[in-house]
Design a protein around this ligand. Structure first.
Ligand code: MN
Length: 363
């Protein structure tokens, strides 16, 4: 029976997590927080599910999985997001299932869960009205809590050992006794595949693969998901990337890369400005590169910074020093000021970080 098998995989997942937990000792606390959340979900009759602005496959997959799962348990459930999901996620029926906040009060619910962030600023302008309408608003996330950012609400479940929020959603659904099916599997598989970038970033932990193995018993066309997530370029976009790649600057023996773009250039090439982050991910494929920065100008003096690292350079503190956040090795910030000053400062700081970083070992 599928339930028995689910249970076995869940036990393996827990064993895998406890291996990690010995290093930080947080697993017992995390387990207790998950138990409390499961209890709250069981007693709730109405739940709103949300995620951060500019949602991605992870947050979207987690909220869709919970949507199907909680509906299966007879709950009243809504997906309400701060903005419209990118078109490439239409294969997840986002047009039909995701409501976009338009200023009117969110449905009054027992509980609201916000996935894939614990920074309330990334849920503006929905977060205030959500707190007003719902009895409790909690974050379910895998990003580190920011040193200088807003604290997540009490009772939020934050597991930084998870490679995707989908992993936490999977555990919640299993603990709730939800029966796995094709819809839930596709949503969770999207989370895992998106945030691990096809199993490239798995935190040296077997959980992403174990979970995928279980989901693939229900997801019959994983290649369709891979293509919907990753083979989405247009010719215009490829040409834009080619032009921009030619302007990347390299420093510190090509261990550091810096590139600047503007939203208006992107829009003129038919790109959503968010898609320009693909440039920095491409640059990170260069063997020698340890850290990369993309500075995107959205309006005169208004920038979005994206930082990436291969793991030996911590870019999160750098993002935090600019008022941003994210993961230790993929983070960002919104900046206001002088682009040339930011460029110099970023290159100096990343060069210092790369030079202080440990040398790379062969696997
Ligand atoms: Mn994520």
């Amino acid at each position: 029976m599928a339930t028995t098998r689910n249970h076995d995989v869940y036990r393996t997942l827990r064993q895998a997590s406890s291996l990690l937990a010995h290093s930080d000792g947080n697993l017992a606390i995390l387990d207790r927080m998950l138990d409390v959340l499961v209890h709250q979900l069981k007693s709730a009759t109405s739940v709103v599910l949300s995620t951060h602005r500019h949602c991605d496959g992870d947050g979207l997959g987690a909220q869709l999985a919970l949507f199907y799962g909680l509906r299966q348990l007879g709950k009243q459930v809504w997906i309400l997001n701060p903005d419209v999901p990118p078109k490439k996620y239409a294969f997840l029926q986002t047009d039909r299932l995701v409501q976009v906040f338009d200023g009117s009060p969110p449905p009054p619910a027992d509980l609201a869960l916000i996935f894939d962030t614990n920074d309330r600023r990334l849920v503006e302008p929905l977060i205030g009205p959500l707190e007003h309408s719902c009895k409790q608003v909690l974050f379910v996330d895998h990003h580190p809590i920011l040193q200088n950012g807003p604290a997540p609400s009490k009772g939020s479940v934050i597991d930084i050992s998870a490679a995707s929020t989908g992993e936490i959603a999977f555990r919640l659904l299993q603990a709730l006794g939800v029966q796995m099916n094709a819809e839930i599997a596709r949503a969770l598989y999207t989370s895992v595949v998106f945030d691990t970038q096809m199993f490239r970033y798995v935190k040296s932990d077997p959980r992403s693969h174990l979970m995928a193995a279980e989901l693939l018993r229900y997801e019959r066309d994983p290649e369709a998901v891979h293509q919907a997530l990753f083979a989405t370029y247009t010719v215009e976009k490829m040409n834009f990337l080619a032009r921009t790649l030619a302007s990347v600057e390299y420093f510190a023996d090509s261990r550091v890369a810096f590139v600047a773009v503007s939203s208006s250039q992107a829009l003129a090439s038919g790109l959503d400005p968010e898609e320009t982050a693909d440039i920095i991910d491409l640059v990170m494929n260069i063997e020698s590169i340890e850290a990369g920065a993309l500075l995107r100008e959205d309006a005169p003096g208004v920038f979005k910074l994206s930082l990436r690292s291969k793991g030996r350079v911590q870019v999160l503190p750098l993002a935090e020093s600019f008022g941003g956040g994210g993961h230790p090795f993929a983070s960002g910030a919104y900046l206001k000021g002088n682009g040339a000053t930011f460029r110099t400062s970023l290159i100096d700081k990343m060069t210092a970080l790369a030079q202080a970083a440990p040398r790379r070992k062969a696997p």
